[in-house]
Design a protein around this ligand. Sequence first.
Ligand SMILES: NC(=O)c1ccc[n+]([C@@H]2O[C@H](COP(=O)([O-])OP(=O)(O)OC[C@H]3O[C@@H](n4cnc5c(N)ncnc54)[C@H](O)[C@@H]3O)[C@@H](O)[C@H]2O)c1
Length: 276
Amino acid sequence: MAYKLLKGKRGLIFGALNPKSIAWQVAERAFEEGAHIMLSNAPVAKRLGEVEELAKACNSEVIYADATNLDDLEMLISASVEKLGGKLDFVLHSIGMSPNVRKDIPYDNINYDNYLKTLDVSALSFHKVLQTCRKLDAINEWGSVVALTYIAATRTLYGYNDMADAKAALESIARSFGYIYGREKKVRINTISQSPTLTTAGSGIKGFGSLYDFSERMSPLGNATAEECADYAITLFSDLTRKVTMQNLYHDGGFSSMGMSEEAMTQYDKSFEECK
Ligand SMILES: NC(=O)c1ccc[n+]([C@@H]2O[C@H](COP(=O)([O-])OP(=O)(O)OC[C@H]3O[C@@H](n4cnc5c(N)ncnc54)[C@H](O)[C@@H]3O)[C@@H](O)[C@H]2O)c1
């Protein structure tokens, strides 16, 4: 159901690769809610993804840019403002990648070049996007910037590897930059901490199936889907949340407040019965 919450707003959405992507769902919902959007992804996504199809469906365009490259970002953000006919009202950072995760290299035998890449792509890119937007004065007052994160930023979940460190940095950047951009331009910056979601990036995590199942059993409302995450992001881009900033907002069916659920306990007990 559409409420036209973003009527007339302009937005830039990073990270839609295929229909499973959280950013893909956000783009579709933003368009439905009346926004004019630009899409961006890494140059490699041109070959791997289906983002051009999304652009057609959302009356949008794709500008390929490496979010770790400041020249690319400057080109992208200036072109977005020009093509949309005015400053941005919202930005979605939905970017993550760890070469250590991809290559199944464990955290305690990490490759440091890969580690730097993880941090650059998954965390510093958020700072780079914000710094470039501020430099170009590309976001309207009361604009809203959202990045996607995961609870492994603050609690250890086996298998999440160096992405946990990247998410911790990402959440901190939202607070540190949120203060500066809020004070100067009333721009709000938040992170959504999303449930495990069946996407290309998500499925790359070691033991993702078990993690997904565990949090499904632990959360009173069950895991949140990518579509539900998109609904939540829309509220943060809308004028209904103008005083929400510098927050890490859990969108996880209640998982972050749980210790042990009846369903998880039953499964745990069963595993011992099987061993007898
Ligand atoms: N899937 C999950 O379980 C889950 C849970 C919580 C948070 N998140 C976060 O959500 C965000 C989106 O991931 P997703 O699950 O939709 O997976 P996804 O694979 O669809 O999206 C990740 C995107 O990052 C892009 N990307 C990678 N390197 C880039 C670069 N250098 N420049 C620009 N873009 C680049 C990819 O092309 C891709 O579109 C990520 O930050 C991820 O960590 C995912």
